[in-house]
Design a binder for this molecule. Structure first.
Ligand SMILES: NC(=O)c1ccc[n+]([C@@H]2O[C@H](COP(=O)([O-])OP(=O)(O)OC[C@H]3O[C@@H](n4cnc5c(N)ncnc54)[C@H](OP(=O)(O)O)[C@@H]3O)[C@@H](O)[C@H]2O)c1
Length: 317
């Protein structure tokens, strides 16, 4: 198949593009060409790279046509964030491609009622990002189910891999928490640390997309979580990281504003957003319908990522 991937050089594309090439697909990666994938791979020599600025072309109303002109059998849009953006692409591609796949997020779910959260628990998002992605998902599922369009949405958890900062045990991206835990320093939590985060290795998200392509019949008209087998509690996460350095975690809870010390306003916002979502999602649907089987547990993915941060002197035990 000729597969066009929009945003092919990001976290997921870094792993998905080589997977698709190795499965003998013809792959076209669309981006602004402002960066390289996070990992080099010989498969990239076989990839057609096309420079298109999605935002700019969408604004001009020409993005969908430009993607269609690449003559895809399937299109994977990694960087769709709103219902309007999804509609623009779907209108251009409908009836002309075999499969349209979109990247969502587990934050289409706001507060969960029961956990692990199932895809059909109901979309009750909060925060602009989750609300827009939920709108995108609702629009796409309606098009798929009412108008019989071959659409699939994959919802990743917090994406982890070597090359970037993972969400830390305080729910933000600051790597200094890892340094503190590795040194046995005290870390303050705003809560009891029993909330959860649900990571996934970027290669496992890639696996979910690849398996949706090969299980077309089961994938069309459906959305799937792509997360590790089990979410982790913030406290358990901190204790596990400390144990990797033969340390005991020194954690303090409900410490007023003390926990904010040294964090930017953005870090604090990320922390609250992760705490409020407390993601803990089910992958039973992806396992059953796509044969999805994550290679990494959350801790395996985080360990690999942390070793990269240490090798690159971002984290200094
Ligand atoms: N990160 C997470 O933890 C997380 C969690 C859940 C869901 N998600 C979802 O994952 C998706 C992002 O995937 P990712 O993390 O693999 O991507 P990413 O690492 O953010 O990379 C984005 C990709 O899109 C390209 N790109 C960005 N702006 C563009 C534009 N205007 N026109 C054309 N190409 C553009 C980038 O290349 P250039 O910069 O060179 O253009 C790159 O290839 C989003 O839909 C996000 O909502 C992420």
């Amino acid at each position: 198949m000729r597969i066009v991937i929009i945003g092919g050089t990001g976290h997921v594309g870094t792993y998905l593009v080589p997977r698709l090439v190795e499965a003998h697909h013809q792959v076209v990666s669309v981006s602004r060409a402002s960066r390289e994938p996070y990992r080099s791979h010989s498969a990239w020599d076989k990839v057609e790279k096309v420079v298109i600025d999605k935002e700019k072309e969408e604004g001009a109303g020409t993005f969908g046509r430009k993607i269609l002109n690449l003559e895809p059998d399937a299109v994977i849009d990694m960087i769709c964030f709103t219902p309007e953006s999804a509609q623009h692409l779907v209108e251009a591609l409908k009836g002309k491609v075999r499969h349209m796949l979109f990247c969502g997020t587990i934050w289409i779910h706001g507060y969960s009622v029961t956990v692990p959260t199932m895809e059909d628990q109901g979309i009750n998002p909060f925060g602009e990002y989750g609300i827009q992605k939920a709108g995108m998902t609702e629009y796409l599922l309606k098009e798929a189910r009412v108008n019989q369009l071959p659409i699939t949405i994959i919802h990743p958890g917090h994406i982890v891999g070597p090359g970037w900062n993972p969400i830390n045990p305080l729910g933000n991206f600051s790597p200094r928490i890892f340094t503190a835990l590795a040194r046995g320093e005290t870390v303050h939590f705003p809560t009891l640390g029993l909330e959860t985060v649900h990571h996934v290795h970027a290669d496992d998200v890639a696996q979910a997309f690849a398996k949706a392509l090969t299980n077309w019949k089961n994938a069309c008209g459906e959305d799937f979580h792509a997360v590790s087998e089990a979410a982790v509690t913030l406290r358990g996460y901190a204790e596990t990281v400390a144990s990797w350095f033969n340390r005991e975690a020194h954690l303090k809870y409900s410490a007023g504003d003390e926990w904010k010390e040294g964090f930017s306003e953005e870090d604090v916002e990320y922390s609250w957003a992760h705490i409020m979502h407390s993601s803990n999602c089910s992958i039973e649907k992806a396992k059953k319908n796509l044969g999805f089987k994550p290679r990494y547990t959350s801790f395996e993915a985080l360990h690999e990522s942390l070793m990269w941060l240490i090798d690159n002197k971002v984290v200094k035990p």
